[in-house]
Design a protein around this ligand. Structure first.
Ligand SMILES: NC(=O)c1ccc[n+]([C@@H]2O[C@H](COP(=O)([O-])OP(=O)(O)OC[C@H]3O[C@@H](n4cnc5c(N)ncnc54)[C@H](OP(=O)(O)O)[C@@H]3O)[C@@H](O)[C@H]2O)c1
Length: 291
């Protein structure tokens, strides 16, 4: 700790996100030692008060808390493998996007080197970092979470999910899956109306309103999943939906638009109906996703 009680932190990676993390730490008064493969990218944070380490060994030696925010897990290994001895005794927070399996592997690797490991999944874009709109999932070492908490709180809201390091990336990827599903629908809808010359800006309020009206699907599906009951009080049964769904592809075809973003749902609906579950809600297709 400094005399002002702000924990010093090392940050590895000064891309768009790493730079935003450093800026949030500096704004809150945390001394920061920063390192980046391409040294010139450190100039922005150096001008704001960060110390710049010229080697990865120097960056690891500078502080007990080490935060990595690099492109992917391969790049984390590429950076840290040659300097692995420097991780001994470090509280290592990895905010690089990855999978649950990669996080568990990284945790075991760090453990073998005498470091404690916390994984994180950032649910924000760089301009949101440092504002209440940003939040980050964490999982892994509760000790690291506790000791680094003041620094981590500068990024936005925190949500510690437990000791399994895979939990943070699992929640991160689940939210991203929901996001891309939403984006798929929006892209397809704009493509359809665009094929008839409708201006996207005119259609956007209708689409936004409709998506908002349909957002209750999430809570309703959660209740059905937790109750294990997909049939009570169903108002839009799967057999009806499976019968109407081909029209989405047919309409696209008529308009000269590809339906390839949407069509994978049709065989799942058809299989579930064929198996005798036509009276269920759509959420019942989740059973077919379990491998
Ligand atoms: N930006 C976002 O909206 C956002 C949102 C949530 C999560 N994230 C996650 O945050 C992480 C960083 O994203 P970003 O937006 O900062 O990406 P970025 O701007 O593309 O920066 C990538 C960073 O990784 C470094 N890097 C890449 N390959 C490397 C290698 N082989 N060895 C050493 N360093 C390497 C780059 O160093 P150089 O400067 O030397 O190339 C740079 O520091 C990613 O995992 C991303 O998925 C990003």
């Amino acid at each position: 700790m400094t005399e002002h009680g702000k924990t010093p932190v090392t940050v590895l990676g000064l891309g768009a996100m790493g730079t935003a993390l450093v800026e949030a730490l500096l704004a809150a008064g945390h001394p920061v030692t920063a390192w980046n493969r391409t040294a010139s990218r450190a100039e922005v944070v150096a001008a704001k008060g960060a110390s710049v380490a010229s080697t990865i060994d120097e960056a690891l030696a500078a502080n007990e808390i080490v935060i990595a925010c690099l492109l992917d897990y391969d790049s984390v290994h590429e950076v840290l493998d040659p300097a692995a001895a420097g991780l001994r005794g470090r509280l290592f927070v990895n905010l690089t996007n990855g999978t649950p399996g990669q996080a568990r592997e990284m945790s075991a690797w760090a453990d073998g080197l005498g470091a404690e490991y916390l994984d994180g999944g950032i649910m924000a874009v760089p301009p949101m970092i440092g504002s209440p709109a940003a939040f980050i999932f964490y999982s892994g070492s509760g000790t690291v979470f506790g000791r680094a908490r003041t620094a981590l709180d500068t990024f936005g809201g925190t949500n510690y999910l437990g000791a399994d390091p895979g939990l943070a990336p699992l929640h991160d990827i689940a939210l991203l899956s929901g996001m891309y599903g939403h984006f798929i629908g929006v892209i397809q809808a704009f493509a359809l109306v665009g094929s008839a010359g409708v201006k996207a800006k005119d259609f956007a309020p209708l689409l936004r309103g409709w998506m908002d009206a349909m957002s209750g699907f999430t809570e309703r599906a959660a209740e059905q999943l937790d109750d294990g009951d997909y049939v009570t009080d169903v108002v839009s049964n799967l057999a009806m939906q499976a019968a109407a769904f081909p029209n989405l592809a047919k309409a696209a075809e008529e308009q000269g638009v590809s339906a390839e973003l949407l069509t994978p749902l049709q065989p799942l609906m058809d299989r579930r109906v064929a198996a005798g579950h036509g009276d269920e809600d759509l959420i019942g297709v989740i059973e077919l996703l379990k491998k």
